[in-house]
Design a protein around this ligand. Structure first.
Ligand SMILES: [Zn+2]
Length: 301
């Protein structure tokens, strides 16, 4: 059976099937090795502790977890954004999940209630900053807060552009996931676009080399000298590779999953970028398949 679902599609599908009573619903992480590990930003609410990463079906060792009060992203360089960026840079996170939750206490605070709580703990108004709303990232709607967080992260220059930023809500009572922001649709460039740009740039260079080989040394065409023939052979091979690349791009389905921008060394080798439609093939480390998510833990509050 061909698995064409991307990681988040498979997670949400398995979650909804499990809730509908399908005992076989579950995620097979080994089928999504190219998308793991993930890093999640969630609230620090303790009721999330037994819920994640279980409702996602992702093994704990593939789940990086950043938490703050209200899963707030205060700005493109905020502490949350920096932690998520470093999760990608240092821990190899492939996808970012902002997961809000139902009944969030941060969403229920007003400036007045916060002042009352500070006061109750012996902290007077004059010691607090002017704009409490902004300072603490207070929000009124959990889903809106998730949308705002994803938007800020997507625009942040420190979040790798090829890493999808998804937004989800989890219901603490049922474990149901709601996919609010599909990070796959907001990737700024696809692998195909990146490779096409590289091909165009190499072609331009080849055009200039072509002019150069028409030079003559005295009465001898440079292309007739041994060095000229070596260059011509190399150019022929390069053009053949470029042609194959373009053919592949023209017939390949749109690239899914995290796009891979060719690195300088890959550009010179002009091999198709890895992680394309062929997906995970042998070279990625195998992830043991945990038992499927059979029963979502129901939590009484
Ligand atoms: Zn919360």
């Amino acid at each position: 059976m061909g698995n064409t679902m991307r990681l988040l599609e498979a997670i949400v599908d398995a979650n909804h099937r499990a809730l509908a009573g399908d005992p076989k619903a579950g995620l097979r992480p080994s089928e999504h090795a190219d998308s793991l590990p993930v890093v999640a930003l969630t609230c620090l609410d303790a009721r999330l502790n037994p819920v994640l990463p279980e409702v996602l079906g992702i093994p704990e060792e593939q789940f990086l977890w950043v938490r703050n009060a209200g899963n707030v992203v205060g700005g493109p360089f905020s502490s949350a954004a920096r932690a998520l960026a470093l999760a990608c840079l240092l821990e190899g996170a492939r996808e970012i999940l902002v997961i809000g939750h139902s009944d969030c206490r941060v969403a229920r605070q007003s400036v007045m209630s916060l002042l009352d709580r500070f006061s109750a703990l012996g902290i007077s108004r004059d010691r607090l900053p002017e704009n409490l709303l902004e300072t603490f990232g207070l929000f009124a709607s959990e889903p809106q807060n998730v949308h705002a967080a994803c938007d800020t992260l997507r625009k942040s220059p420190i979040i790798p552009p090829h890493v999808p930023v998804h937004g989800l809500m989890v219901d603490l009572d049922t474990g149901r996931l709601e996919w609010l922001v599909n990070g796959y649709t907001t990737l700024p460039t696809t692998t195909a676009e990146a490779v096409q740009a590289t091909v165009a740039s190499v072609r331009e260079t080849l055009g200039r080399i072509g002019d150069w080989t028409e030079f003559r040394i005295g009465s001898v065409a440079l292309s007739d000298l041994p060095i000229g023939r070596t260059v011509a052979g190399a150019i022929d091979r390069l053009e053949g590779t470029l042609g194959k690349l373009e053919q592949a791009l023209g017939t390949a389905p749109s690239i899914s999953g995290p796009a891979v921008t060719p690195t300088p060394s890959q550009e010179s080798g002009v091999e198709p970028a890895e992680g394309g439609p062929q997906g995970p093939s042998g070279s990625k480390k195998a992830i043991p398949i945990p038992p499927p998510v059979t029963r979502l833990r129901h939590r009484d509050r």
